[in-house]
Design a protein. Structure first.
Length: 420
């Protein structure tokens, strides 16, 4: 720590962190190391979102996904910290080897509340439309309503609330204009909005079947390529790949891409699309207008492109159409959010003004972009990017450092740069 000896420190604060994912856990560790009272509320299990796409390998290597503080804490406990810097972990590897061991450290003992879903956050005895923009709101503690399941609820208070709950639990819709396709809501539970493990535990659901893949990003490419590999061993496996955009090269390589895993995925996706593979049918400029159950185990689809209409039948649907933040958590707080991305307004403006959309070109834009009119409430991690998809864990680590520099009123404080 670089804080000068003898410098007055702010009083110990009660900090509530929503979400036990990568940034939530790092934030909790940072806060606990500084002596604050920390509680982490997680709707499921720690790192649950990592588990849901755990078979997928990250583009970014270990060295970009761990903090010096985290490594020091693990090393002090005798945990293995021999993460190959340039190797890219899968989601499960990251969770098992780094995230869960951090939660077992003495600093975080007893702070994690699993299966404790935060329903809403407000201010005790002050409503959203009261003390508008007034610093006096900070005199009223936050009140969090917690759902522990089976009809059990409780309310807790905190001085600072950090929402690091991510976006993976709230998917976008696959219909035109971002709306649900007709019939999609009724069949939502049968549509896969993540990246299925088609070469592993879920091969029986996709092998020998026709699957609709929707999307033109890296997730859709990952799904389509895995299905193509599955077709080599499971006869009858076919893919209908639907992309909303009608122009441009969806998988143009980035010259000199420093992320080999990303470069390889893009190259393989481009080759698949132009290779005339009999397993794959590629449709550009089409959207799903309607989806209904044709019979158990099949979907009937109506697709559109301008005035054209086309009917298709598939047995599985994977909609890799992105995710969005759950804003219901803070609808009783005074939060200024972007009307386009639904992220914090100041950060959204900074991201829109960034010179490059490539994730590696992103940088942290300072704690001021994380502030909202609600005193002591912050949105960190991928959720702070709203619907903007190019977030990196290393950006979240920078957010954590900058946030606690502000909380501690010490611009030199950096637990990531010096031994704690």
């Amino acid at each position: 720590m670089t804080a000068a000896e003898g410098k007055p420190r702010p009083a110990r604060r009660r900090i509530a962190i929503i979400g036990a994912g990568p940034i939530g856990v790092e934030c909790a560790l940072y806060a606990a190391r500084l002596g604050h009272a920390v509680d982490v509320y997680e709707a499921g299990e720690a790192g649950q979102h990592l588990s849901e796409w755990g078979h997928v390998r990250m583009f970014s290597p270990w060295e970009m996904n761990v903090s010096r503080l985290g490594l020091e804490v693990l090393s002090a406990r005798g945990e293995a910290v021999d993460f190959p810097p340039a190797a890219c972990p899968t989601g499960l590897e990251y969770r098992r080897r780094y995230l869960l061991p951090l939660l077992r450290s003495p600093f975080l003992e007893g702070c994690l509340h699993k299966r404790a879903r935060v329903v809403s956050v407000g201010r005790a005895r002050v409503r959203k439309n009261e003390l508008i923009g007034a610093p006096e709101r900070a005199a009223h503690p936050f009140r969090l309503l917690i759902d522990a399941g089976e009809g059990r609820e409780r309310a807790v208070e905190a001085d600072i609330v950090i929402d690091a709950s991510g976006v993976y639990s709230r998917h976008n819709w696959m219909g035109s204009g971002g709306l649900p396709a007709v019939g999609e809501r009724a069949l939502e539970a049968r549509v896969e909005y993540g990246i299925p493990d088609v070469l592993g535990e879920q091969d029986g659901l996709y092998g020998g079947r026709r699957t609709l893949v929707i999307g033109s990003g890296h997730s859709a490419a990952t799904t389509a390529l895995a299905l193509r590999d599955l077709a080599a061993s499971r006869t009858g496996t076919r893919v209908l790949w639907l992309m909303r955009g009608a122009g441009g090269d969806p998988y143009a390589p980035l010259p000199g891409d420093p992320l080999p895993e990303r470069a390889d995925l893009v190259a393989r996706a481009a080759l698949l699309l132009r290779g005339g593979d009999p397993v794959l049918e590629w449709m550009r400029g089409w959207v799903v207008e309607e989806v209904r159950e044709a019979h158990p185990g099949a979907f009937e689809l109506v697709l559109s492109r301008g005035a054209e209409r086309r009917r298709e039948r598939v047995e599985r649907i994977v909609a890799n159409v992105g995710h969005r933040p759950d804003r219901a958590l803070y609808e009783e707080l005074q939060v200024h959010e972007c009307y386009a991305t639904q992220g914090p307004m100041r950060l959204a403006a900074a991201l829109l003004g960034a010179p490059s959309a490539d994730c590696l070109a992103q940088k942290s834009h300072g704690v001021e972009t994380l502030r909202s009119p609600e005193p002591d409430f912050y949105i960190l991690g991928v959720k702070s990017y709203g619907r903007t998809p190019n977030f990196l864990i290393r950006i979240g680590l920078a957010q954590v450092r900058e946030l606690f520099q502000a909380i501690e009123n010490d611009a030199a404080l950096d637990l990531y740069a010096a031994a704690a």
